[in-house]
Design a protein around this ligand. Structure first.
Ligand code: HEM
Length: 317
């Protein structure tokens, strides 16, 4: 019969093996291709230098990848007879951008590594971190070792990605379904400290909401007419090319752009945290980094699951 010490030892060894085999690690490419991460950083910085908004667009790609069946690069697959591309889902079509930068990174990384060893899912995770850094935000150690999916789901993307018209309970529930709590929701929504949104996503709020600063609503209505102008852009916060706390400062002033932004500061359970972030950049930075790591851990494919795609847009033969 196994002694209690034996049992504990077995459990311990099993746990160590299980965690090394199935979990992600910041050192994953250290031996196999130490040039990979510097190569990604270089291309992201160049892309953000060319166009500041690209940093925002790349951050969003990682989020939209992770929420749909885990961080598995599924978002990057183009449509074929067997792939119903997530790019055509409502939250993504004519909206997500930066795919050419991901292609460029993939080509360069495969070149410097000498073979395709870095997954497209990992490229998205690293590019998101490097984008935040390029726009003046915090850095964190990205856990790596994700593998790429061989499938995508437009229908799932349509049903699980949060809508800009959601109220607080719906947002909390949406994040909870991904294993993320209210603190993650508020911290990650801070991603809206960078980037832009199209008129159709905020029109309703600027014409009909009561929890909005009237001067701000007027300003936004000037470039977002009641009819037409659907794709006209507005910044998600007053400094859309800088990763700072003005997104939260704005929410406190009822100047959130999307209904889902202002929902975080509207007399509910997340008000206090919004206030904290608005005046404590280090707390926001720390929480944002932690929540990004948590989001990056959503259902990764590891070990022998999935594949390392040669072209991020296509499944390997
Ligand atoms: C909480 C629920 C969220 C909702 C409802 C939401 C919704 C939206 C919408 C509607 C846009 C504008 C898209 C367009 O007009 O084309 C947008 C942009 C953006 N979102 Fe979110 N988002 C959410 C959470 C997040 C998270 C968690 C992140 C990242 C951590 C993020 C990062 C961004 C960025 C960076 C942009 C600007 C992209 C660009 O300029 O290309 N969002 N989001």
């Amino acid at each position: 019969m196994a002694s209690p010490t034996n049992f504990l030892l077995h459990t311990f060894v099993w746990l160590v093996l299980a965690t090394t085999a199935f979990s992600l690690s910041p050192k994953f490419y250290d031996q196999v291709c130490p040039q990979a991460l510097p190569a990604i950083k270089k291309i992201v910085h160049a892309a953000v230098h060319r166009e500041r908004r690209m940093g925002a667009s790349l951050l969003r790609l990682h989020f939209h990848d992770c929420f749909v069946n885990g961080c598995d690069g599924s978002l990057l697959l183009d449509s074929t007879s067997t792939i119903d591309s997530e790019k055509n889902a409502r939250p993504n079509v004519n909206s997500t951008r930066g795919f050419e930068v991901i292609d460029q990174i993939k080509a360069e990384v495969d070149k410097v590594c000498g073979r395709p060893v870095v997954s497209c899912a990992d490229i998205l995770a690293v590019a998101a971190r490097d984008s935040v850094v390029a726009l003046g935000g915090p850095s964190w150690k990205v856990r790596l070792g994700r593998r790429d999916s061989t499938t995508a789901s437009k229908n799932l993307a349509n049903s699980v990605l949060p809508s800009p018209f959601m109220d607080l309970p719906a947002l909390i529930n949406n994040f909870k379904n991904q294993g993320l709590n209210q603190r993650d929701l508020v911290a990650l929504s801070g991603g809206h400290t960078i980037g832009l949104a199209q008129c159709f996503t905020f029109r309703n709020r600027t014409y009909n909401a009561t929890n909005i600063d009237p001067a701000f609503a007027k300003e936004r209505r000037a470039t977002c007419p009641r009819d037409g102008g659907n794709t006209n852009l507005a910044p998600l916060d007053p400094t859309p090319a800088r990763f700072d706390t003005s997104y939260f400062k704005n929410l406190v002033k009822k100047r959130g752009l999307l209904i889902s932004d202002q929902a975080l500061f509207n007399g509910g359970s997340t008000d206090d945290l919004v206030k904290t972030y608005s005046s404590n950049p280090e707390v926001f930075w720390n929480d944002f980094s932690k929540s990004m790591i948590k989001m990056g851990n959503i259902k990764p494919l590891t070990g022998k699951q999935g594949q390392i795609r040669v072209n991020c847009r296509k499944v390997n033969w």
